[in-house]
Design a protein around this ligand. Sequence first.
Ligand code: ADP
Length: 600
Amino acid sequence: MQSRVRIESRFRKARSLLFIVWVVASALIVGLTVKLAADRAETAIRQEAGETLAVQRETLTGVLDKYRLMAPLLARQSSVASLFVLDAQDNPQELAARRMAHWLTGMSAALDVAFFFPDGRLLGHARSDFVAQRTGLSGLITEAAQGRLGRAMLWLDPQRRSYAFSSGVRRNNKLVGIVVVYVDFFRVETAWALSNKPIFVTDAQGTVVLANVDDWRLQQVDALRAGSGGYLRLNADRQRGDKIDLTRHLPVLGWQLHVLADPRPITVARVAFGAIATLACLLFGLVALILLRRGEDAMIRHRADRATALRLERKVRDRTRELSRSNTSLSHEVEVRRRAEERLRAAQSELVQSAKLAALGQMSAAISHEFNQPLAAIRSYSETGQRFLDLGKAGPARDNLGRINALVDRMAELSRTLLSFARKPGQTIGPVPLRPVIEEALLLARPRARAAGVDIFVDEKLTDLHVCGGRVRLGQVFVNLVNNAVDAMATREDGWVRISARRRDGRVEVTVSDNGPGIVSADLQRVFDPFYTTKGPGEGIGIGLSIVDNILRDFGGTITVHNRDEGGAIFTIDLIDAATGDGTGKDAGGDAEAREKVLV
Ligand code: ADP
């Protein structure tokens, strides 16, 4: 969150800075564009006006040149000189002069051609008020009399203007007359009127002598410029704004030719290009703003992702540290537990051993009876055998010795089983043949059962069965179960215990049932609890079945108990069938306890 605020403030600053840069750059660009556009437009206007100026200058000088030459040429004509000679009646040739003037005017398209005597008297002319009113005539005559080309701009009013050229007519080197040619500007101004630009000519005094704008004629150019609205006030088309004034000097006449160009295209170009440049700058600014925003968003997102990743990494690191810590403490705990388990196992095995010895103690009276009985028989057989030998009856004596041998074998078998049973068992688990285990157990338990009048039956089907377990501990299971059954039937005459077995779903199920009183239903599950006993003090401490349960669990088996419908209890043992090949293998050497037994 903090980093987001930091990034936003950094981008805000960058935005402000960029905004200032953008404003300055935009102002420069717009200004430059406007100036360039205006310059270009002005150049174009000036170029066009310049062309107009050049053309009109040529037109004007062409016209004036024609008439400038016309006056001296006429003056040199003998026909013109002869006009100034008196006729036969000593009268001036006015009619001839008038005719000549008309003819010349018609031919040259001049405004007028006039013939004067050197003293200023008019001989004849074609038309024009200038002659009648003798406008500028004295100057023209004086200049011509001096042998120069006289010239003068003449006007009566804005509509009547002319330029006059004068030349002296000489006969025998004597001035006899003056020819004046009046130029008609009508055609020139008519040609200019076709142009959409104001075109005018000012003389040395700044008077507008020719113009294609009617109102401007004979005005002072300064007044035109300075008046309110400048050139425009008098402008026929009443356009607003200043005009561009392009001038060209006309050297012979000392005049200035003006062409006024409309500057509006400059304004239009200025506005149009200014608007385009402004729009482009705005667009650029908008795009830059969008890009900046996107960049800001992307950076904020990137930072957020990074922060999340870092947080996650830190979390993972912390969790890993925690895990490795708890792993260490777990392995320590496992070690502690392993040791405790080892101790428990040792204690259990001690308990198993104690319980076994207790069972042996229980059975000792019966077993000693089992030893005493053959011993007594051996004594009796040996005594009668001696007597048979004394009597020289070797045959019966040999029979007795054979019986003694058989009894000794039986006792040795019992003794070996006893020793094996009394030994501390190993912890190895492997395939164990069920029948021999049960027979060995019964070898120890049967004497007591017999003493109590209880019959023990063993199912023939046991023969082929092998289970996973330890031989001595499995034997202890059956000794316990049979002893308990015998205890339960202590008061019965016709008591029996039956051991049967069967294969079931890859397991071996062994049942030990009896026809005793059974177990109180409420206590059925408690019989496997340690120290549960119904026997009196000195008869039992209640750990037998608990040890049986533990032993069978070690073998991967279970034990359950029910009461038979006909009366009596039935214990069901479920063990792994070693023949199904579930990894234990029938002869895989798991019968280690058996091998221990052989060594005893
Ligand atoms: P203990 O034999 O020392 O009492 P056990 O754990 O071997 O300890 O037996 C617990 C109790 O289970 C016995 O006291 C007895 O009440 C009951 N019991 C065991 N087997 C039988 C049986 N076959 N018939 C009836 N009761 C039995």
